[in-house]
Design a protein around this ligand. Sequence first.
Ligand SMILES: Cc1cc2nc3c(=O)[nH]c(=O)nc-3n(C[C@H](O)[C@H](O)[C@H](O)COP(=O)(O)O)c2cc1C
Length: 199
Amino acid sequence: MSKEWIVGATGASGAIYAKRFLELSSELDVRVHLIASEPALRVFAYELGAPANGASDDPRSWLDLGDEARSRIRLYAPTDLAAGPASGTFGADAMAIVPCSMKTLSAVANGYADNLIARAADVMIKERRPLVLVPRETPYSAIHLENMLKLARLGVSIVDANPPFYQGAQTIADLVDAVVHKVFVQLGLKHPNAFRWEG
Ligand SMILES: Cc1cc2nc3c(=O)[nH]c(=O)nc-3n(C[C@H](O)[C@H](O)[C@H](O)COP(=O)(O)O)c2cc1C
């Protein structure tokens, strides 16, 4: 049976992680519910250039996917606190925030649910469902680290945007995909192209 994932994209550097996450998840048996913050759209434009497939207020415009795959990603406004993902009854299987800004990390760590990304994450925690954050900042301050520790102790997976260099990556895209594959595992699915260490 197909899974339902909520995906939040925020305004941390690393738009390429969100892009590849969404493109690769289209190869899995997953239905994606996407929420992108307004800063995320700004960083998308800054880091990925003008969208090739639509308007700059729709994060799906940056995806190298066919129309059918793109339209299967359901988009929500971050301000829509009455949308399905705001409720525990929505019952999504898992949620990822990729990339996750320090601002959204703080909101999630402190239950400050003032937009749909933070509210949906708050719901995943209270419902004890898988939640994965892909934070990106450097250096991390003690505030950032304390927020991550607090969430890790609650069972949230912290997969920071920190690629592995032992898997034979040849390109930046390979490094990005390796991180995305790690996020998929935390969400409960393995991508068929994920690296496997054989010793
Ligand atoms: C080009 C650019 C890069 C940024 N990179 C980061 C980053 O790596 N990490 C971070 O926490 N914030 C970063 N920010 C700042 C966030 O966008 C800002 O804190 C914003 O309020 C986050 O809001 P959101 O979490 O609702 O998307 C960046 C901003 C810009 C314009």
